[in-house]
Design a protein around this ligand. Structure first.
Ligand code: HEM
Length: 430
């Protein structure tokens, strides 16, 4: 086999089961920061059988400069034209449906809909959540360190964002397991254990989730409360309420974006700290590093690895001609390791500052939940890091097969009381 044939396919979801192909991305940045990537044919299930699905291929923007340049020109690199997700919409009806989702909109509709909820995610509004988020993190870690065996993903990383979302949306906390299942099915569409590439199951998840949301919306319209569900169900844009489909789409976007991402930041961050004991101990000994450490873990993990754009006219990106209608994929995960911007990009430095990572994207679609995600990650690390020196991994660390999120499905282990504590790792304090 030639060396070329052995290169990992950055477009194939299964590639990521073995980890992010950073070496391949480094080669792509070096050779051509915007390069053409053919897409593999992928098996899908649906309509009672199996079918092959073949994407159009795309321009991969892999350098920091290329990702920034495309993100800053949303009129040339559109989110609405074909949506912001790598797979092409299969039919025009699918595209119309996808366009109900904020990430798949362009201006001016995008700004009108986004404005509906910005007040909930401002730094000031998020600061008010500080105590409740800290209390959740404290309780989760207190319980996990006492367990015989725990899973960092299920017991800690997934739980915190789900609890915070349930509070924010005003949903019963026990319903967070529904949110977990729905978002696993949707984001884990390509993973054999979750979505399994099953188009029917994907659709059924939407139906179930939308039915749930509409029931709650009806209740909130009858008896409004001080929660995000009420805000979404009762707000008006251009003098009218959101349609059912607009409401459900926005709701589901918040549910998925608000839990998957932060979950993967926390579990990926813990995994990185376990792999780098010196960095772990440094943080445990000096928690004032928490803000820069969080940014560095965001860069390191890059929980959302890419989003897609479509060229609206013949143009160029970093010198590469791009034709109208071409798919352009912004590989944040590669831009975040670009040596032209980050010194020693493959070294985890918890005090890195400045840290212009692109993990929350850039431009009009910049992550709405960035402040909340930072608050949650810091709350969890503050509680967990003092105990990490005692953590022993007891089983296989299982990665999600996805070319979209950089995720762990499982990180099993236990907090061993017999192990020497790191600085500040007072076992008796929990
Ligand atoms: C570590 C955690 C997170 C990461 C890495 C992340 C990443 C991103 C990225 C890269 C985008 C840009 C989409 C694009 O350019 O097309 C985005 C958008 C978005 N994020 Fe996040 N996100 C995180 C947490 C959250 C949370 C906690 C929420 C809400 C509770 C949230 C809600 C959203 C929404 C609604 C958008 C769409 C914004 C728009 O299209 O205008 N995210 N996020």
């Amino acid at each position: 086999m030639s060396p070329v044939a052995q290169r990992p396919d950055v477009a194939h979801p299964a590639t990521y089961g073995a980890g992010v192909p950073h070496v391949e991305f480094a080669r792509m940045r070096r050779e051509a920061p915007v390069s053409w990537v053919p897409e593999p044919a992928l098996w899908r299930r649906g309509g009672g059988g199996r079918m092959l699905s073949q994407g159009s291929g795309f321009w991969a923007a892999t350098s920091h400069e290329a990702v920034v340049a495309a993100s800053r020109q949303p009129e040339l690199f559109s989110s609405g034209r074909k949506g912001a997700f790598l797979p092409d919409p299969r039919t025009s009806a699918d595209l119309e449906q996808a366009r109900q989702l904020l990430v798949n909109m362009d201006a001016p509709q995008h700004s009108r809909i986004r404005r509906l909820v910005t007040s909930v995610f401002t730094p000031r509004a998020v600061r008010e959540l500080h105590d409740s988020v800290a209390a959740h993190a404290h309780e989760l870690v207190r319980r996990a360190v006492r367990l015989e065996e725990c899973d960092v993903v299920a017991d800690l990383a997934a739980e915190l964002p789900l609890l915070v979302l349930a509070d924010l949306l005003g949903l019963p906390r026990e319903d967070r397991h529904l949110l977990y299942r729905w978002s696993n099915n949707l984001v884990g569409f390509d993973d054999p254990e979750y979505g399994g590439g099953d188009v029917e199951a994907y659709r059924t998840t939407f139906v179930e989730a939308f039915q749930y949301a509409l029931t709650v919306a009806g209740e909130r319209r009858r008896s409004p409360r001080d929660d995000l569900m009420t805000l979404l169900a009762t707000s008006e844009v251009d003098g009218r309420r959101l349609t059912d489909r607009e409401f459900c789409s926005f709701w589901l976007l918040l549910v998925v974006a608000g839990n998957e991402t932060t979950r993967h930041l926390i579990s990926g961050g813990v995994s990185a700290l376990l792999a780098e004991p010196a960095q772990r101990d440094r943080l445990a000994g000096d928690m004032s590093l928490l803000p820069t450490a969080t940014e560095e873990l965001l860069r390191w993990v890059t929980p959302i690895m890419q989003f897609r754009r479509t060229a609206t006219e013949d143009t160029e990106l970093c010198g590469q001609a791009v034709a109208e209608g071409d798919k352009v994929v912004l590989w944040y995960v590669s831009a975040n390791r670009d040596g032209a911007v980050f010194a020693d990009p493959d070294v985890l430095r918890l005090d890195r500052n400045p840290n212009p990572h692109l993990s929350f994207g850039m431009g009009p679609h910049f992550c709405l939940g960035a402040h909340l995600a930072r608050l949650e990650a810091q709350a969890m690390l503050r509680e967990l890091v003092p105990h990490l020196a005692r953590f022993e991994v007891t089983g296989p660390v299982v990665r999600l097969e996805s070319n979209f999120v950089n995720g762990l499905k499982s990180l099993p282990g236990r907090f061993n009381p017999d192990r020497a504590a790191g600085p500040d790792g007072a076992w008796s304090s929990c």
